[in-house]
Design a protein around this ligand. Structure first.
Ligand code: SF4
Ligand code: SF4
Length: 460
């Protein structure tokens, strides 16, 4: 494997004996883009769970909350119920097609810039670099026998990794519970075992995946590198080495006449900055996450030699406008269809729903005056964040009367009650008859209706 080229031998690996990759720091356009994405993701994770949103009395006031206990997902004013899980499914489908689209256009840009594994590994390497120095210093430290200085540097690095991991875990967990309450519980020592367990689990996961597993996660555990090949073609813009221009490579001095030879000066900087330790000059490789840092490194080298940039850079083998590429149009089209379906479903969303379940045992009761009674379990789903007064009415069966005609529902909740319906003697044509139950909001006039059956024995 070519990534073995960029190595210092680790004393032992978590997954397999492997070289530790110590990427060199680099500056450039791709590095700046990565910094911007890292800061955006960290900022969102740190800020979003603490945003408040007034939903009225008795309702959670966290702007974004996945409340498993109440079985609700809250996004600002939108409350998603378990019956509306298709919204989350649609969001996942849109995200998947979005990923396909980005991959078809720009290769593994997701992996190189926005995947949490990449973002956190980048942050952990930055911490390591700040404490232990750049690549060469880290390689020297790695080879040194254990000393007080080495132990201090390593200890501080791991302590900072654990601090970032714990902060990440807390920021993630509070998307699922009230953030200020969880923080108070954790700092006052009153946190539940469940909360502590999840914070500990995500702390250790972050620490192990970003601190120790790093690129091994991309090589061996993530399925995406294996799948993404299906979205790439000759028109996809990816980080590539311009072989025609770079070869025949060879070392050179600044100021040397570069005519008649390849522009690659074989400085190996592109390899040294690579977070996965590969040599981009060997062509497209599964280990390449498309971060573009090798392009930044090479552009710096080209500038020093007075040569044009782009020996390593973003390019397509056969450039083609995106709107002439069927696969791009297909992914964009499918995304648009799912978004349109979501908008339509959101617009037709029922804020009041009625479900009726006929009691089976007994199916009906014949009363002393010859009339027939059926019982139902009624569930009223009120998605409004206010209590409602509802008027109950029946239709479809002459003379049918219910034992209650006014129902009070609680806010943002399911109200369940038992309903008895009675029909005079000989009013049911046959074994059973259709019956409609309607609930009307006495304040707004909004109504919902459900059809059921009425079983009658006396008419036979
Ligand atoms: S950084 Fe550029 S010049 Fe240096 S080895 Fe890589 S491709 Fe060649
Ligand atoms: S080869 Fe270049 S683009 Fe690919 S992972 Fe390494 S540095 Fe990033």
């Amino acid at each position: 494997m070519n990534h073995l080229a960029n190595q210092s031998q680790a004393p032992g690996g978590l997954y397999a004996h492997r070289p530790t990759i110590h990427p060199r720091t680099v500056t450039g356009a791709n590095r700046r883009r990565k910094n911007a994405v890292n800061l955006t993701i960290l900022g969102l994770l740190a800020i979003v769970p603490w945003l408040r949103w007034d939903r009225g009395h008795g309702m959670p006031n966290q702007a974004v909350l996945f409340d498993f206990a109440a079985m609700r997902g809250y996004f600002l004013d939108l409350a998603i119920w378990p019956q509306e899980f298709y919204f989350l499914t649609a969001i996942l489908i849109i995200a998947s097609f979005g990923l396909f689209l980005v991959t078809a256009l720009r290769g593994r840009m997701w992996c190189g810039f926005a995947c949490p594994q990449t973002v956190w590994t980048d942050i952990f390497v930055w911490i390591e670099n700040s404490i232990q120095g750049d690549r060469n210093a880290r390689l020297r430290l790695e080879r040194m026998p254990l000393s007080f200085g080495k132990a201090v540097k390593k200890g501080i690095t791991h302590a900072l990794w654990l601090t970032v991991s714990a902060a990440t875990a807390l920021s993630f967990v509070v998307f699922f519970t009230d953030a200020p309450t969880a923080l108070t519980a954790l700092t006052s020592g009153t946190a539940s075992v469940t909360l502590l367990g999840f914070v500990l689990f995500f702390t250790l996961s972050t620490y192990l995946l970003a601190g120790w597993a790093r690129e091994q996660m991309c090589f061996w555990m993530c399925p995406w590198p294996r799948i993404q090949g299906a979205m790439l073609d000759h028109h996809t813009v990816m980080v590539e080495y311009d072989r025609a221009r770079g070869e025949t490579r060879g070392q050179a001095r600044i100021g040397q006449d570069m005519k008649g030879r390849g522009h690659c000066v074989d400085c190996r900087l592109c390899l040294q900055v690579c977070p996965t330790g590969i040599d981009i000059r060997e062509g497209l490789q599964m280990e390449c996450i498309g971060c573009g840092l090798c392009a930044d490194a090479c552009d710096g080298v080209m500038a020093r030699f007075g040569l044009p940039s782009g020996l390593v850079g973003w390019k397509a083998q056969i450039p083609k406008p995106w709107f002439h590429r069927p696969r791009v149009l297909l992914y964009a089209g499918l995304m648009a269809v799912v978004i349109a379906c979501m908008v339509v479903a959101g617009g037709r969303r029922n804020m009041l729903e009625l479900n009726l379940l006929h009691e089976r045992s007994p199916l009906f009761v014949t009363l002393a005056d010859g009339s027939t009674r059926n019982d139902y379990t009624v569930k009223v789903i009120n998605r409004e964040r206010r209590e409602r007064d509802l008027r109950l009415s029946l239709s479809g069966l002459d003379g049918a009367t219910a034992d209650q005609d006014r129902i009070r529902t609680t806010a943002d909740d399911v109200t369940t009650f038992r309903l008895g319906i009675r029909v005079p003697a000989r009013s049911v044509p046959g074994d059973s008859a259709a019956l409609r139950v309607r609930l009307t909001d006495t304040e707004t006039g909004e109504w919902t209706e459900a059809q059921t059956f009425f079983a009658g024995g006396v008419a036979r």
